[in-house]
Structure formats: C-alpha cells, structure tokens
Design a protein. Structure first.
Length: 379
C-alpha cells in the first residue's frame, strides 16, 4: 500500500509547477513518503541483518532517485544539491549500520564487505560539505568512530590512539578537525604513549570550549597522572585465592621485592598466548626478589581454577569478580586484557602499562629495576 502511495505521489509530481517554492514543497512531500529520514525507519533498517539492510538500502536509493528525476519545476541548483544530499543520507546510514554492527566485520560477512566498499572512496575531508550537509557531518563522525574502533582492535597493545592521532592530523579541513576533537578525549590514557597523551591534551584544550568535555579531559588527565611512574600503586580490592579465601594486598609476600602484575582471563586469546612466555620469565627470575601475581577477571571462576591447576601455572593466582573488575577500570584505567604492571619494593609504580612477557623490553625493564633494588648506588 505504501509503495502505491509513493507511486501516486510521483505521478502527481509530473504535473509542472511554475512556482519553484511549490515545486520544492511537492518534491519534499514525495521524498518524506519514503520515510528514510524518520527515526523509526532508520531504526528499523539498522536492526536488519546485513543482506536485508543492503537490499533495502538499494531499493530506497532507487526510490529517492525516481522521485527526484520525476519532480517538475525544481531549480537546477536545488537538484544538484539534493542529489548530493540523497547520496550523503544513504552513505551516512551505511556508516551508522557498520558502526552499530561492528562485530560483523570480524566475521567478514560478504554483505558487510560490500557496505564497507561503498564508503572506501568517499572524501571525508570536505570542509564545504561538512558545513552544508548534516548527513555528511554524520557520515564523517561515524567513519572516524569506526576508525577508532578498528585501530583499537588492530593495535590494541601498540598505542592505537597514536595511530588515530596520526590520521586525525592528516585532515586539512579545520572545521572537521575541531568537530572531531572531542572524540580524542578517550585517547588520554595510561595505556597511550606519553607523546600521544600530550598531543591530544593540547588539541582538546585549544579547540574545545564545552565545560562538560573539558571536565572529562581533566578526569582523563588525573587518571594518567595517578598511574605515572613513581606514584603510589592503587591497592587491589576484592581478591580471593583458589580456595575462595579473601586475600588482601597487605598479606602478599612483597617486602623488599618487586611486584609484577598480570590481569588476565581464560577466555582471552591474547592472555593465553602470553602464558608460555610468562612461565619462562618466572623461571628465569627464580630466587630473585620479584613476585609474579596473576589476577583473573574471568566470568567463570571454575574455568580459571581448572586452568591454573591443570596447566600448573606458576606464581600467585588470585580472582576478582566481574563487579570488582569495574572498579579496576577506574583504579588502573583497565581497557583491555592482558594488562601488565611493574611495582617497586616501596609500592610505587615503575610502569603501569608494562610490555608483554614475550617482549624483550619487559626483561630489560625488570633487570634494570632489580639492579636498582639490589644495588641502590648503581641507580
């Protein structure tokens, strides 16, 4: 019935309008009948599977083109602008779909690949269109957020925000850069490189005037400063051992020793991948004044117990509940696992985002720290 109604409106549009304003009004009524701009229609599309979304988007694109082509009396400049508007609206919706269904990209669904291809050659650095078309502005925002997500996945343990910042700095359109700058605030983190943090802070403080966003930046800066080398290490909370007995930080055998912390989970592939290197590292420092502590944030406590026992994992193994894990997000700016930290004998941070056990830089860091501990004068 709705398709018949749209067809009827298209037929009505064939009647010539001598008044441009009336022609534009008639055209807009026909376009509105398609319903693409309504939140209800957009939510319906965004909730579909990739194949259905792609098919419906193609059908809508055809409808929009037909309505515009059959409209009479439209000014030529309006037609040019509207063609671009329609294109941006469809691309914006495509970017919103990809952003809302990011996990599909990991499954490499063919329809998702086709949607990604449709955005591949879009110019996302057009200052004029950014001010002229709301749909283009939304498209640019969505695509930048998609890039953030993908870089965080691809470079999870290699300063992803440094890569994001490098791409941001390539933008030539100042109005676009200023509008995207607030999205960088999240990148100020204990897990980002120091230079990355400094650059983001400078950009945000220069471009952002909104007090709420500046307060968010201040919070991020405070977290980074709390976790810098030399700062007191925030004490653990809510830990239990393999026998479900509560363990407090103060009871750990840390006097006169370094502490290496590993926050991990059995369901985490990167965590499991590092276990052999962590075991080898512990063996190489046997008898040295360093304690290795692994904290599981598993959803399944029994799975953790089983792996520790069956694989005969070395070191001290403790568990924290998913509820306490949220506290760790604040305490240690925990964004992903595995996460490694090195603490000195006085309980101060050496590195709150230490290299992985398989990285030779970790052994160098531990060696230097042990040397400073056992031979203070050499420090």
């Amino acid at each position: 019935m709705k398709q018949l109604f749209i067809a009827f409106l298209i037929v009505l549009g064939l009647s010539a309008c001598t008044n441009p304003e009336e022609a534009i009004k008639a055209y807009q009524q026909q376009k509105e009948a398609i319903g693409l701009q309504t939140p209800e229609k957009q939510n319906e599309l965004l909730g579909q599977n990739p194949v259905a979304f792609q098919q419906n988007l193609q059908a809508i694109s055809k409808q929009c083109a037909e309505v515009l082509a059959n409209a009479k009396g439209l000014p030529s400049d309006f037609i040019v602008k509207e063609e671009k508007e329609n294109q941006y609206e469809l691309l914006s919706l495509t970017s919103a779909y990809l952003l809302n269904h990011r996990k599909y990209t990991e499954e490499e669904a063919p329809a998702i690949k086709a949607l990604e291809e449709s955005l591949k050659d879009v110019d996302l650095d057009n200052a004029t269109d950014f001010d002229a078309y709301n749909a283009y502005k939304t498209l640019v925002h969505n695509c930048f957020q998609l890039k953030i997500y993908r870089y965080q996945v691809q470079y999870e343990f290699n300063d992803p925000w440094g890569k994001i910042l490098a791409d941001f700095n390539k933008l030539k359109s100042q109005n676009i850069k200023e509008d995207l700058t607030p999205l960088l605030i999240e990148g100020v983190s204990a897990t980002s490189a120091e230079t990355t943090n400094e650059q983001i802070i400078a950009l945000v403080q220069k471009a952002v005037k909104d007090n709420e966003l500046l307060n968010a930046l201040s919070g991020r800066i405070a977290t980074v400063n709390r976790l810098k080398a030399g700062q007191p290490f925030p004490l653990f909370k809510g830990l239990t051992d393999l026998n479900d007995k509560e363990v407090k930080y103060e009871s750990l055998p840390l006097k006169g020793k370094l502490l290496f912390v590993d926050i991990w989970a059995t369901y985490c592939p990167d965590c499991r991948k590092e276990l052999p290197a962590l075991e080898a590292l512990q063996q190489s420092y046997k008898g040295k004044p360093i304690v290795f502590l692994s904290i599981s944030v598993d959803r399944d406590k029994e799975a953790w117990k089983e792996m520790v026992k069956n694989d005969k994992l070395s070191g001290i193994h403790l568990y924290t509940t998913p509820e306490v894990k949220d506290t760790y997000k604040f305490l240690y700016d925990l964004r992903s696992i595995p996460r490694y930290m090195l603490i000195d004998a006085q309980g101060n941070i050496i590195n709150s985002n230490a290299p992985m056990p398989s990285d030779k830089n970790l052994k160098e860091l531990i060696d230097v720290s042990l040397k400073a501990l056992t031979n203070p004068k050499a420090k």
